[in-house]
Design a protein around this ligand. Structure first.
Ligand SMILES: Nc1ncnc2c1ncn2[C@@H]1O[C@H](COP(=O)(O)OP(=O)(O)OP(=O)(O)O)[C@@H](O)[C@H]1O
Length: 602
């Protein structure tokens, strides 16, 4: 869903000067921005199209990408309804017959309108997935079974030694056996369903298959998620036999961006591509729900056709910040297909029963059960439904901020970074009374009142940091977190990068924000012991089931939901819809032919 805007006055920069007719009307109503209008008008001039219904459709396709969609579906786009939307049948007819479509400036396909670039990426992703599914790697299933038996026996023994009941790894073994026999595997599951455990077990099994060695790459869309993946794989391997543990010890993770090697001269291209593939034999990408269509296209063209690709993620989470909802589209698109690469893990092993019950109710859209879990006053799930929740938020947020500050004052880098993950205040919005900016300021005021530290200091000791842009030179990436720590040479910004902490002069960091509070979108791929989810009013257009589910599942041991029953119901009742043709394209593509080339590519 794309936000509407309300023009402030006639000089508002979002209003397109001179826009008339339908484009002008939709611009004034806050549906289209001036950029949408200008791109549509420019394409119209280029392709000699003057039908304002077509130009409106093109402007909506531009807007769609801004809102995370890959294309626009003219049959469902009419929101808000009180605008002069063209009648659907006639509209689709004029768009399909437009000279813009004939010239390839925009694409009309599967009754959806695309900007050319996204159409190309979507068809490429479908073609690459299908051609990878059309053949399978040679492997020895008996050896794979034996490897997994060894790993499972070691993990069971480790659990029993810790006084835990003997676990069962049936789902994970089945997923690994399937993954051994296919070039692409999509390993799905909610938080704590044992995805990382399965990945570590799979890697051991694949190493047994290739005694000569395997080049393995672990990657994730953000630095934080990459660091977590690497740490989690090694942690899970602790339970393995010494030889297996040693073989995984050198496996490291990086951001997806770094893996593909950015091309300094071209911000949308990488050094690894179809003509210069990645050298790795196995590529594992965690948090795949955050991978945009563009990134997925780049990844699929860079992975060798004879390398295994394992996409790991939770399709019920929010999608990527940029356009696309690739993971959930791929899962839906392969549903029922014989060549489906999806292996799903269903049982949760991490949460206590209360967070699990809440997450499950959110995942399935069951508002009554979610409210019942929230109202039951469990220790692990708390509900704050008060007009001014500040006093309830203050204690937890301030304690966590003080713990970070105390460790930072002592120069204890590891302690300060660890304290960052004790509590996270998550907001849907950036601005306004429910937004990140407001709550960051508020927590800083509380901190100042408690410590007497000056408020105006930008790099105050204990300031939690969130990196908001990739900086290859500094080796810090969008989504990395860190903290300002006192050192003998003064305050230093220490960022938890995927290769370990990076120590920088605070002034060198350009794109950083304070992270006492953060948006739910930015929290993807990270976790905290205690999570406070601050829901906005029920009429917020950002509220969605995926947003709420993503926020709740960031919590390791306790979650507190701040919001009214109406806001909770509104969030659960609304889906974060993203228009894309990926699922439909996969579902309707022919099955692989015997030669291994799917008909859509032939
Ligand atoms: N089959 C199992 N039985 C019991 N415990 C398990 C099983 N599989 C994994 N675990 C344990 O459950 C916890 C979560 O597992 P893991 O980290 O592999 O899940 P995940 O799906 O990768 O989680 P997330 O996506 O939230 O990071 C770990 O402590 C792990 O050791």
């Amino acid at each position: 869903m794309t936000d509407l805007f309300e023009p402030i006055d006639a000089t508002d920069a979002r209003l397109a000067l001179g826009a008339t007719g339908l484009l002008g009307e939709f611009n004034t109503a806050g549906v289209l921005t001036s950029a949408d209008v200008h791109v549509a008008a420019a394409l119209g001039r280029l392709g000699r199209e003057s039908d304002e219904r077509v130009l409106l459709a093109v402007a909506l396709a531009v807007r769609a990408v801004r809102g995370g969609s890959v294309c626009v579906d003219l049959a469902t786009v009419a929101d808000p309804p009180d605008l002069p939307w063209p009648e659907t049948a006639a509209w689709t007819r004029v768009v399909a017959a437009s000279p813009l479509v004939a010239a390839g400036l925009v694409r009309w396909d599967h009754d959806l309108l695309y900007l050319d670039r996204y159409h190309e990426q979507e068809t490429q992703v479908v073609d690459d997935l299908l051609s990878r599914a059309a053949s399978s790697p040679d492997h020895d299933p008996d050896l794979m079974r034996a490897s997994l038996e060894r790993v499972v026996a070691a993990m069971k023994a480790a659990a029993v030694a810790r006084g835990l009941p003997e676990p069962s790894y049936g789902e994970q073994v089945a997923a690994c056996l399937a993954a051994a026999g296919q070039w692409t595997t999509v390993l799905t599951g909610g938080p704590g369903t044992g995805k990382t455990t399965a990945v570590a077990s799979l890697l051991v099994g694949l190493l047994d298959q290739h005694p000569g060695g395997l080049r393995i790459a672990l990657a994730a869309p953000t630095g934080k998620a990459a660091a977590r993946l690497q740490q989690a794989v090694h942690q899970e391997a602790e339970a393995f036999e010494e030889g297996d543990r040693a073989r995984l010890a050198g496996v490291t993770a990086s951001t997806l961006h770094r893996l593909l090697r950015p091309d300094p001269g071209n911000s949308t291209r990488f050094r690894h591509h179809r003509g210069n593939r990645l050298p790795h034999d196995v590529v594992v990408v965690d948090e795949s729900s955050m991978v945009s269509l563009t990134q997925m296209a780049r990844l699929l063209e860079a992975v060798r056709p004879d390398a295994r690709l394992v996409l790991v993620g939770d399709p019920h989470q929010l999608s990527s910040v940029e356009a696309g909802a690739v993971l959930s589209d791929v899962v839906r698109g392969f549903e029922g297909r014989a060549d489906s690469p999806v292996a799903a893990l269903e049982s949760t092993h991490r949460f206590g029963p209360d967070i699990r019950a809440l997450a499950e109710a959110l995942r399935t859209g069951d508002a009554d059960t979610a409210l019942a879990v929230l109202a039951a006053r469990h220790e692990a799930v708390e509900w704050v439904d008060e007009p001014d929740p500040a006093s309830r938020i203050r204690t937890t947020a301030l304690d966590a901020a003080l713990a970070v500050r105390d460790a930072a004052e002592r120069g204890d880098v590891a302690g300060a970074l660890a304290a960052l993950d004790r509590h996270r205040l998550l907001c849907a919005h950036r601005d306004g009374p429910f937004g990140v900016r407001h709550w960051n300021r508020r927590i800083e005021h509380w901190l100042t009142a408690e410590t007497g530290d000056p408020l105006f200091e930008r790099a105050y000791v204990g300031r939690p940091l969130l990196v908001t842009a990739n900086d290859h030179q500094l080796g810090v990436y969008n989504g990395d977190s860190g903290v300002v720590v006192l050192t003998p040479t003064g305050p230093r910004a220490v960022i938890a990068a995927s290769e370990g902490p990076r120590d920088l002069a605070p002034s060198r960091l350009g794109d950083v924000e304070t992270m006492h509070a953060m948006t739910i979108h930015k929290s993807q791929g990270s976790q905290a012991d205690v999570v406070t989810v601050l829901l906005p009013d029920e009429d917020s257009r950002l509220l969605s089931r995926e947003l709420f589910y993503t926020a709740v599942t960031r919590a390791r041991s306790q979650v507190r939901v701040v919001g009214s029953e109406a806001a909770i119901r509104a969030a659960i009742g609304r889906r974060a819809q993203r228009a894309s043709g990926l699922a439909r394209r996969l579902a309707t593509a022919g099955s692989p032919t015997e030669e291994g080339v799917p008909p859509s590519r032939a």
